[in-house]
Design a binder for this molecule. Structure first.
Ligand code: PEP
Ligand code: MG
Length: 298
């Protein structure tokens, strides 16, 4: 089955009822882009992983080189660069942070840079320069408020050649997506963190892993709310998009872009091609008792 899916990987993911989904690849290191088969671009470049081993901050030029290499490996298809998502479980050696009692609820993602924006400014510079050469989308992680969106857009400056979005991974952002997305081109749902914050279950703690299930109907209800209210295109770049069955459900809920880990891209595409989205009972999934029941439905 995998062999056949890989052989057909570069075919578009068009469902039986004619919906065209974009299936993209998540990139942490350039090699992820090199090895991806059939990806329609990258829906998530994790820059804090790309430069996670660097002792000193990369220069603007070094960042442009890395972004360019990823875009080239994906044949110039659009890449979605996420600004530094430092904090929580992800330290960056060149961006020391204060110790916090609850790092996942502390200064993570965009929150880090409001006090010291310099590193973000360099990165945005690199992103704008890359966008002058190749299709680039930029998105900001861990956004919670409309103020943060306004601040980020101001830091970004001119948006020519750039599509701009935020990650929706905080429940408050999901609930008020209509307000947050007003000046944006897209939003991308980070189901890993959205699940963690919705279920109050630490994504790194195995003891509560069964609670942190992305197919929990509470998470699905938030995803559905985002799709219904965003007013812009909605992507999913969390791990849920790498599960072919879950990806089909996400598409049925109205998500139009799925960004998965490389090896899963052909399988997600194959699952979508075999599906008639109008036959998926999304109401039953949203009303299910728990994640196990959703899985049963799928
Ligand atoms: C997510 O939270 O789902 C996500 C894609 O971001 P990360 O896993 O890097 O936090
Ligand atoms: Mg996240």
């Amino acid at each position: 089955e995998r062999e056949r899916a890989v052989a057909e990987a570069s075919e578009p993911a068009i469902t039986r009822d004619g919906k065209h989904l974009h299936v993209l690849v998540n990139v942490g290191v350039v090699q992820d882009a090199v090895e991806a088969r059939g990806a329609d671009g990258s829906g998530l470049v994790r820059t804090e992983v790309l430069f996670g081993e660097w002792r000193a901050a990369p220069t603007v030029g070094e960042q442009v080189d890395a972004f360019r290499a990823i875009a080239r490996a994906l044949d110039g298809k659009p890449i979605t660069i996420r600004t530094w998502d430092v904090g929580g479980d992800k330290p960056l050696p060149f961006l020391p942070q204060d110790r916090e009692p609850n790092p996942f609820l502390g200064e993570r993602g965009i929150r880090v840079f409001r006090r010291r924006p310099e590193l973000l400014r360099d990165q945005l510079d690199a992103i704008r320069r890359t966008a002058a050469e190749t299709p680039v989308h930029v998105m900001f992680p861990m956004v919670t408020t409309a103020d943060e969106v306004a601040w980020a857009l101001e830091e970004l400056g001119p948006r020519d050649n750039l599509e701009v979005g935020i990650m929706v991974e905080v429940p408050a952002a999901a609930l008020r997506v209509h307000t947050l997305a007003r000046d944006l081109d897209f939003v991308s749902i980070g189901t890993n963190d959205l699940t963690q914050y919705t279920t109050a279950a630490d994504r790194t703690n195995a003891a509560v892993a069964p609670l942190a299930d992305g197919l929990d109907p509470a998470v699905l209800q938030l995803i559905s709310h985002v799709v219904q209210n965003a007013g812009v295109r909605v992507a999913v770049c969390g791990d849920l998009a790498s599960d072919p069955q879950a990806a089909v459900l996400l598409a049925a809920l109205g998500v139009t872009e799925l960004s998965a880990i490389g090896p899963q891209v052909p399988l997600v595409k194959a699952a979508l091609r075999q599906t008639d989205l109008s036959q998926i009972d999304t109401a039953a999934a949203l009303a299910a008792r728990d994640a196990a029941q959703v899985r049963g439905l799928l």
